[in-house]
Design a protein around this ligand. Structure first.
Ligand code: ZN
Length: 166
């Protein structure tokens, strides 16, 4: 069992009040608000808010606290399962600090590559989509680097820049 917890919260906000109970106005003349988080009374309703987890991992280098958390789960069980998976990965030595999955990383990478030829871009998209059908994608091994090409894709680029065509 993972070390951590699950909780439900939502994005409802309420006006921030000063000591006199008056709304605090920000520099733009708008009332400041704060999220109710897990204190929202509507959270008793099944369809209000989403489930989150947080996992307590051993401190990182330099005593850096590591408490990965994530939300958007429909049920507490889903949040628990995801937390357990993360925990297991951490026990297996995978760097779980990065919140970005490889799938997210590749999507972000692809979205930026508007410089590619249409065919090439399409080929990469197809490649990425096929990677994403893997049941347990590993996490991003390191931060993205300029000119990065996902493994295997750079090797067979021909003059047209189209993967695998020759
Ligand atoms: Zn709420």
């Amino acid at each position: 069992m993972f070390d951590g917890s699950t909780y439900k919260r939502c994005k409802c906000t309420e006006p921030k009040l000063d000591a006199d109970g008056q709304p605090i106005i920000d520099a733009n003349g708008k009332p400041k608000v704060r999220e109710l988080g897990s204190a929202c009374p509507l959270l008793k309703k099944r369809d209000h808010g989403t489930w989150y987890y947080y996992v307590k991992l051993p401190d990182g280098p330099g005593g850096k606290r590591r408490r990965p958390r994530k939300g958007g789960f429909l049920t507490q069980n889903q949040a628990k399962e995801a937390a357990q998976k993360l925990w297991d990965q951490a026990q297996g030595g995978i760097d779980v600090d990065t919140k970005e999955t490889v799938a997210e990383y590749l999507d972000r990478w692809h979205a930026k590559r508007v410089d590619l030829k249409r065919k090439t871009r399409f080929g990469y998209r197809d490649f990425i989509d096929r990677i994403q059908t893997c049941p347990r994608p590993p996490r991003t091994p390191r931060p993205p680097h300029p000119g990065d090409v996902p493994a295997d894709m750079g090797i067979q680029r021909d003059q047209e820049g189209q993967p695998g065509s020759g």
